[in-house]
Design a protein around this ligand. Structure first.
Ligand code: SF4
Ligand code: SF4
Length: 436
């Protein structure tokens, strides 16, 4: 074991120690996460929202989704070209292709121009492209709009979280106390009172003040160049309509062959989380009208300009060179692997990276920051149970990627000491569990 390995091992151990302290951020997240995972998992088998269970729905479509994602990965360059043509020529979006994250950051800052404030939602892809870091470095004010993210910002929460409910670990009492501390407003300790506070104070700002907004996309269809966005709060609808410029940042893996595939991806995400995605936006052009003598003018009531930055960075290379994380290109971000992951359930947000919780985000960290980063993220907490692989509706073999990362980490001397004991016993007794 290398010196670096020892250092990372101690770092992860210290984080795990914090789970014993009920007041620590890790323990608070772990507590709610342990409850949430089995509830979501069980509700997968229930019929309370629809006539079929979510499991039946996913099973019915799984083969098609896997085929669709494999087709995309095999023809990634063709689909990207077609998609760009449709987005730009057919649908009048301003389209950029960023070969690298640095290019994406540069393009983004140019598109932002003199604006010093950006309103955003669903921006994991922008984080992945390093755009959030660049915005911070340039002192651009980032305004979250999803309530969970707004709460994380209110608490200055720096730990990995679940992207679909990022503020779920804060109690009602903590939230009202924080609002009082930060804004001087006293609220009843009720969820309704908190929601109403933001509705009456923040909503008018979203309706009137947004010049530039940032989102990602749940999917982008190559055949007709539409952007699909799913949400339940309505913040994305406001951000994408009541703005001058809407900038979409997405990795090219968000592309799907057809608009029906895009809708299916959105519905799968909804069903897996057993939520009613109250709104699905299908954006196929900037706001426009031809009501004056048939002359098409852009920028009626909605966004005057929609800019799409499609980021490649690692993606085409992974597909063409069969890199160990190539399978991640099939991912449709449904998050079911997080709910069934034994490491995630046991260690909460200790098992994750700055991109979010769980194996997918540990792999993202590997892609951008290398193997040491993954060990710090808890790579060796992965039990190898393969629940992620078995549950993935898109056929991503996450467990195999994690195995390969562990191999690489072990070769770099970063494996925890207990593994050395197992190794010795395997060599000596041909059985790691044999008693002395
Ligand atoms: S194999 Fe690892 S990442 Fe996958 S579910 Fe099991 S513990 Fe989680
Ligand atoms: S890897 Fe995870 S998030 Fe991605 S499609 Fe599979 S289960 Fe969903």
């Amino acid at each position: 074991m290398s010196e670096k390995g020892k250092e990372l091992y101690e770092e992860v151990k210290d984080k795990i120690e914090e789970l014993k302290n009920n007041d620590s951020a890790y323990a608070k997240f772990g507590e709610i996460w342990k409850l949430a995972c089995p509830i979501k998992y069980k509700s997968y088998d229930l019929r309370f929202l629809y006539e079929d269970t979510s499991r039946e729905f996913v099973d019915r479509h799984k083969d098609n989704i896997i085929k669709m994602r494999e087709d995309f990965v095999e023809n990634i360059e063709d689909y990207t070209k077609l998609c760009m043509k449709r987005l730009g020529k057919t649908n009048h979006f301003k389209v950029h292709f960023a070969k690298t994250n640095e290019e994406a950051q540069k393009i983004f800052m140019e598109e932002l121009g003199d604006n010093k404030v950006i309103y955003k939602s669903k921006s994991l892809e922008a984080k992945d492209a390093g755009i959030i870091d660049i915005l911070k470095e340039n002192n651009i004010e980032i305004k979250e709009t999803d309530l969970g993210d707004v709460l994380c910002q209110l608490f200055d929460y720096k730990y990995p979280s679940f992207t679909l409910a990022p503020g779920v670990q804060f109690t009602v009492e903590e939230i009202v106390a924080k609002i009082k501390e930060k804004h001087g407003i006293e609220l009843k300790p009720q969820a309704e009172a908190i929601v109403n506070y933001y509705r009456t104070t923040y909503r008018p700002e979203l309706l009137n003040n947004v010049k530039v907004s940032l989102t990602s996309a749940n999917a982008i269809s190559a055949d007709d160049g539409s952007i699909i966005l799913v949400e339940n709060e309505g913040n994305i609808s406001l951000l994408t309509r009541a703005t001058e410029k809407h900038i979409v940042v997405a990795g090219i893996q968000k592309i799907v062959p057809t608009v029906f595939d895009a809708l299916l991806v959105a519905k799968i995400q909804e069903r897996i989380m057993n939520v009613d995605g109250a709104y699905i936006s299908l954006i196929s052009a900037p706001s426009n009208t031809s009501d004056i003598q048939g002359m098409r003018v852009f920028g009626m009531y909605g966004a005057k300009e929609v800019v799409i930055i499609l980021v490649d960075e690692w993606r085409t290379k992974a597909a063409k060179e069969n890199l160990l994380y190539k399978d991640l290109l099939k991912c449709i971000s449904c998050k079911s692997c997080d709910l069934v992951c034994t490491a995630s359930r046991a260690f909460g947000n200790i098992y994750g990276s700055k991109y979010g919780i769980g194996a997918v985000n540990i792999i993202r960290d590997y892609i951008h920051n290398g193997i040491e980063a993954t060990v710090r993220d808890g790579l060796f907490l992965c039990t190898g149970c393969e629940n992620c692989t078995n549950w993935c509706p898109a056929g991503v073999d996450l467990a195999e990627i994690m195995r390969n990362l562990k191999k690489e980490a072990t070769e770099a001397g970063l494996a925890p000491p207990n593994l050395d004991k197992y190794k010795e016993k395997i060599f000596k007794d041909k059985n790691p569990f044999k008693a002395q």
